[in-house]
Design a protein around this ligand. Structure first.
Ligand code: AMP
Length: 277
């Protein structure tokens, strides 16, 4: 595996691959890798000739400086995991390499950018748009792989690609979970033992809420989640919403194209999850 930090070096390598007619798969990450990330690498390896993974903790997508500061960073372990997974290129640029000057661009993602995490984390998706437009320009991937754990992000990225007319196919990938059901996340490493145990209630609550949605309807499902989360002193509900899977429009009654999305603080750590209903 080639480990690269300079943009010029990456671009030379990519143009080599391109001249050999090789297809490029891209897995952008913020590091502190887990099996969920590696599942994207595996799908990229299966779908393209060369897999490029980036590790870059993008400052412009953090609306909370404390969140950026405590974001876990384990570069050596990450590189070893990627090597083991058969990744071809690891791109780990410094902030100045990605943003030689301040990025002042704003993207209009419409409703997709305004609801859910768009409302809860102002500027977050604009930062995602900034960094991905830059990384896509550097890597020039044929396909880019994104986890459905960040469901809204997948929708945003598809929109970004449309807005910028980029020749990249976005491949959504299933959520990987811990044995107790908790969606794998780099942020899970920040949970204390008690918080980690409590976090496992999130997927359990979501499953129960799905059952209630199907048996008793939307309002009953929402009420259940509010009560169930409030019953755990370490958890605080940021949002639980039932939306249309494509438009993310909030639903007022049962539909067959619905997804439930949740954001919960466990202690200081904010976790997200979702489930098709
Ligand atoms: P992150 O490093 O958190 O920015 O995530 C990088 C990519 O990995 C994103 O496309 C995430 O959606 C994806 N990802 C994170 N957690 C999981 C998971 N549990 N299962 C599948 N993909 C994931």
């Amino acid at each position: 595996m080639r480990i690269i930090s300079r943009k010029t070096e990456l671009e030379a390598l990519i143009s080599d691959f391109r001249s050999q007619g090789k297809t490029i798969g891209f897995v952008p990450t913020m590091g502190a890798l887990h099996q969920g990330h590696l599942s994207l690498v595996a799908q990229s390896k299966a779908g393209t000739d060369v897999t490029v993974c980036s590790i870059f903790v993008n400052p412009t997508q953090f609306n909370d400086p404390a969140d950026l500061q405590r974001y876990p960073r384990t570069p050596d372990k990450d590189a070893a995991m990627l090597e083991q997974a058969g990744c071809d290129v690891l791109f780990m640029p410094a902030v100045e390499e990605v943003y030689p000057e301040k990025d002042t661009r704003t993207f209009d993602f419409g409703r997709l950018g305004q609801v859910l995490d768009g409302a809860a984390r102002p500027g977050h998706f604009n930062g995602v748009g900034q960094v991905l437009s830059i990384l896509f320009a550097m890597v020039q991937p044929d396909k880019a792989y994104f986890g459905l754990k960040d469901y809204q992000q997948v929708q945003i990225v598809k929109r970004l690609v449309q807005l910028l007319h980029l020749p990249v196919q976005i491949v959504p990938c299933d959520i990987l979970r811990e044995p107790d059901g908790l969606a794998m996340s780099s942020r899970n490493a920040l949970l204390g033992a008690e918080e980690r145990a409590v976090a496992a209630f999130i997927p359990a609550i979501m499953q129960e809420a799905k059952q209630i949605y199907n048996d008793q309807g939307l309002e009953a499902s929402e009420q259940y989640v509010q009560q169930a989360v409030a019953a755990h002193p370490l958890m605080k509900l940021d949002y639980y919403k039932i939306c249309d899977r494509d438009t993310l429009e909030e639903q007022t009654r049962k539909s067959d194209n619905a997804i439930a999305l949740i954001a919960v603080f466990v202690g200081k750590i904010r976790l997200i999850d979702n489930l098709f209903l």
